[in-house]
Design a protein around this ligand. Structure first.
Ligand SMILES: *Cc1c(COP(=O)(O)O)cnc(C)c1O
Length: 356
C-alpha cells in the first residue's frame, strides 16, 4: 500500500524510529525487561506535565482510548458517588452511556454538539444535585472544540469537586493544569498526540483519590485499583500489548526532545496552513479559531460535494480525512494534524483541494 498521510484523529503516521521500535525482541510480560519498559513509560507520562510522582500515577492498559475512559469512570467514582457528565459531542455522550451500563449514578448536562459548555447551567446543576465528580471531555473531537476546562475547573474547585477528564485527543498537545484544575484523573491513549501505535491507553490518577474511592468492582478487566497496585509492584494483572509498549516508550523519548509546547506549536502551524488555505477557497470552518483545539478542526463540506466524493479524491492523492459523526455526517469533514507529518504535507493537501 502507498503511504497515506493520516489526517484522521488517530491512529497517526509514525516516525521511523517509533516504527522500528516495534521490531525489538519478543518479550514476556513477566520478565525484568518488561518491568523496565513499563516503568519508563509510566514515569515519562508523568513528566510530560511535570507531575509529582508521589501524588500521581500513570496506569497503563491494553486497549484503545475508550477503554481508558471506561476504566476511569468505573474506578474513580465510588458506589455512593454521583457524576455530572458534561456532553457537547459524541465523546461526552459516550461517557453517559458508560455510566448507564455500569449503573453509576449520573446526571447529564446536555448541549448541542457545536455548543460551548454553559457555565451558568453548570453552576445550576451543581447547586441542584449532590455531585461528587464532574466528567468532561477536554478536546471534543466531534467538532474540534477545546472545552473551557479552566473555567469549568474554577467552578468545580469552589465545591471541591474533582474533574474526570477525557483527554484522549488533547493529552500531550494542549495545556492541562492537573493540580490547579483539581483533576482527579485523566484518560488518554498512545496513538493520538503522543504518536505511538494503537493498543496502549492510560489513565493518570491522583493517588489519594483512587485509594479513597470505595468501589465494589464494576468490572474485572478495567479495575484501575488492581492495575495500580500491581504496576506499583512491578507487575501487570494481564498480558500487555508488549510491542505497543515498545513503540510508546520510543514515542515518549521522541516526545521528550520537544515537549508539549513545541508539539502544540507544530500542530498550530500545520493547522493554520489548512485553515487559511481552506478558508481562502471558500470552505468554512465549523467553529471560530479561538474555540478550536490545535489538534483537529472541522469544516463544512465544499458546495456541491458529498463527503464520499471529497474523501475518495483526497485518498487517491494520499490523504485520509475524517467524516462528521451523527447529525454532522452529511455536512462536515474533519482534519487533524497529529503524527509524523510536515507543513509541506499540509500545503500539498490544500493544493489538492484547490484543484478539485
Ligand atoms: C479518539 C477519542 C476517544 C477514544 O477513541 P478510541 O477509538 O477508543 O481510541 C475518546 N475520546 C476522545 C475525545 C477521542 O478523541
Amino acid at each position: 500500500m502507498k503511504k497515506q498521510i493520516l489526517l484522521n484523529p488517530g491512529p497517526v503516521n509514525l516516525s521511523e524510529r517509533v516504527r522500528k521500535a516495534l521490531l525489538q525482541p519478543d518479550l514476556c510480560h513477566r520478565e525484568a525487561e518488561f518491568v523496565d519498559l513499563q516503568n519508563s513509560i509510566r514515569s515519562n507520562l508523568l513528566d510530560i506535565y511535570q507531575m509529582s510522582h508521589i501524588q500521581w500515577a500513570a496506569i497503563l492498559l491494553t486497549g484503545s482510548g475508550t477503554a481508558a475512559v471506561e476504566a476511569m469512570l468505573t474506578s474513580m467514582i465510588p458506589d455512593d458517588g454521583h457524576v455530572l457528565i458534561i456532553e457537547n459531542g459524541v465523546y461526552g455522550e459516550r461517557m453517559s452511556r458508560m455510566a448507564e451500563i455500569h449503573h453509576i449514578k449520573h446526571t447529564a448536562l446536555r448541549h448541542a454538539w457545536n455548543e460551548e459548555i454553559n457555565l451558568e447551567q453548570l453552576k445550576a446543576a451543581l447547586q441542584q444535585n449532590d455531585i461528587s465528580h464532574v466528567a468532561v471531555v477536554h478536546h471534543e473531537t466531534t467538532t474540534g472544540r477545546l472545552n473551557n476546562l479552566s473555567e469549568i475547573a474554577n467552578i468545580c474547585k469552589k465545591k471541591n469537586i474533582p474533574l474526570l477528564v477525557d483527554g484522549v485527543s488533547s493529552f500531550g498537545a494542549e495545556q492541562i493544569n492537573f493540580t490547579d484544575w483539581n483533576i482527579g484523573a485523566c484518560a488518554a491513549t498512545a496513538n493520538k498526540c503522543l504518536h505511538g501505535v494503537p493498543g496502549t491507553a492510560f489513565v493518570i490518577v491522583r493517588r489519594d483519590l483512587i485509594n479513597q474511592a470505595n468501589v465494589t468492582s464494576r468490572t474485572l478487566y478495567l479495575n484501575l485499583k488492581d492495575y495500580l497496585k500491581q504496576q506499583d509492584a512491578n507487575g501487570t494483572p494481564f498480558t500487555q500489548s508488549v510491542q505497543c509498549f515498545y513503540a510508546l516508550a520510543e514515542a515518549l523519548i521522541e516526545f521528550k526532545e520537544e515537549g508539549w509546547q513545541t508539539r502544540q506549536k507544530k500542530y498550530k502551524q500545520r493547522m493554520k496552513i489548512v485553515r487559511d488555505g481552506l478558508t481562502s477557497l471558500g470552505i468554512q470552518p465549523l467553529l471560530n479559531e479561538k474555540e478550536c483545539s490545535c489538534v483537529l478542526n472541522a469544516f463544512h463540506l465544499p458546495k456541491g460535494m458529498t463527503y464520499e466524493q471529497l474523501h475518495d479524491t483526497l485518498k487517491e492523492n494520499g490523504f485520509i480525512i475524517y467524516a462528521g459523526q451523527g447529525g454532522l455526517a452529511k455536512t462536515i469533514f474533519r482534519v487533524s494534524c497529529m503524527g509524523d507529518i510536515t507543513e509541506k504535507d499540509m500545503q500539498r493537501f490544500v493544493s489538492v483541494i484547490r484543484g478539485l
